[in-house]
Ligand binder design. Sequence first.
Ligand code: PRX
Length: 654
Amino acid sequence: MEESILSVSSERAERRKVNPSKKFVKSAYVKSLREYNKIYNESVKNPAKFWGEKAKQLHWFKKWKTVFKYSKKPFVKWFEGGKINVSYNCLDRHLTTWRKNKAALIWQGEPEEDSRTYTYVELHREVCKFANVLKRKGIRKGDRVCLYMPMIPEIAIAMLACTRIGAIHSIVFGGYSAESLRKRIKDSEAKMLITADGSLRKGKPMPLKDKADSVLGKCRSVKNVIVCKRANIKVKMNKRRDFWWHEEMKDASPFCKAVEMDAEDPLFILYTSGTTGTPKGVLHTTGGYLVYVYQTTKWVFDLKDDDTYWCTADVGWITGHSYIVYGPLANGATSLMFEGVPTYPEPDRFWQIVEKYKVNVFYTAPTVVRALEREGKKWVDKHDLSSLRLLGSVGEPINPDAWNWYYNVIGKRKCPIVDTWWQTETGGILITPLPGAMPLKPGSATMPFPGVVPAILKEDGSEAAANEGGDLVIKKSWPGIGRTVWKNPKRYIDVYFSKFPDYYLAGDAAKKDKDGYFWIMGRIDDVVNVSGHRIGTAEVESALVSHKTVAESAVVPMSHEIKGQCLYAFVTLKRGVKKSDKLKIELVKHVARVIGHIAKPEKVQFADALPKTRSGKIMRRILKAIVEGKKDVGDTTTLADASVVKTLIREKEK
Ligand code: PRX
């Protein structure tokens, strides 16, 4: 029964295949499924050989002794014995080549007139100078440095400067509250905070330093604060503790030797939310992480030297770490960084930037695609997007409707879409098309990256049959895997290695079709059991969004006396569509048509806005609490707009 639900909905999608154009294939690194299969099979048969060869493309001060080994399962070591430096590989390595004067980082500020370009040689200079500032303030190898900054080039400079001297950075997304910042500083015992007077959001200055000040008194570990000027906000400076970035940089020397780090020395901590209230500090280490982001950036984005590459994520998330800064720079690429939001001053801002910089590779999230689709094609048509040759998607399953719009309207039917599945914990992309090799199936992240061995397991640990849903696990280690939870190795084991002790548990439900394509169905806790049938909420959402009136939807479980659980759907309509009970009935029928009666939502609530984090993720935890009528919906400090919650409670369906 379970199988039929999963397959009814996907069989139609599963049959649809989209091939890359001949032109794309001609210049692609991996050109056919046959070639991919050959590389994949060899990589899995002999991972040490595969990863060893990839690692050789980077600069090592000293070569590793073993490619990988378990210290004590599940704790793993990659490239043990090797000595390497991340900033050296992202910068110095290119300075002896023609790339020294190539644009490394192009920054577009929120105001159109604010932009800066750093060549590799210029970025190297800034990074060395700031590394010397860090040293002057007493930062040494192994110290933690917390970054709470806007999307300005200084955030990348600070990250690279930390890696240059072996300090461990911990970036706290600028949209987080002061309390979230305090918790993360406390857990990592950061010695320094780097921040700014404020950030700009839709033309308005938003304070950062002031927010930090409200908790710094409780953060004893922080000895110094470095402050960048960005938003023209007056701030209080504590003479003994706080220093201006521009003043410190004035007389800093541009020479700073990169420290030779052990491959397994910590590189950064990045906090991510778990099932409990306390965030997990995922720890990534040096050599393996760099090799992994280097190789995935190159093959997934099929990155070439003349590409302008733009990932729209915030640097404060793992996507920004791996695919704005480290992966692209390790490849000697030109990485574009944008400070603003997609809809300001107008909903064509992204397309205007694509046109302005002639962006070739564009990587964003499905929520952005849906939001911009909702604004209408006229905003796209104002711009020449002919430079685009590849599109990417990350963060959640991309529903076929958004996929089609992205493919047809943005990519003009000539750009493959790489739907990349991965997580903060995985360091880099694990399941993804290699765009010249795989026929795409809209809605599927397709196949594993070479060296990665995913599987779908049933509750008893046996492998699920084709199209049968189950837990997504990764069977073999890969160089980018997070090595532990900061100061909490037990939690690392409990969360990722206890349900199936030999494998990494992703926490996502997925299925694999007969052609070996992976379909991510959402987090395990987003799988709802209706009358004993397992239904992925992502699938129902996708069905709803495929209706011509729907812009976005979020489906959550609701307790039901007879069925155990049923589905409650929040639906955002496209602009100009009239809300009516008739439309609600039509939407329920539509879901029944697309998936089957079993997946019909019990309730539909129209919602002009959904509770989202600033990175655009819908907070289903909050929606679940609303649906269950809980008085306390939990922590809302990470929401982009907390007022949305009140409206949803008021308009809840009885
Ligand atoms: O549920 C999966 C979803 O995002 C989760 C990881 O979130 P985070 O650690 O914040 O990292 C986001 C950026 C890598 C996953 O467990 N997810 C991410 N990418 C996809 C996805 N779900 C479906 N398809 C994807 N391409």
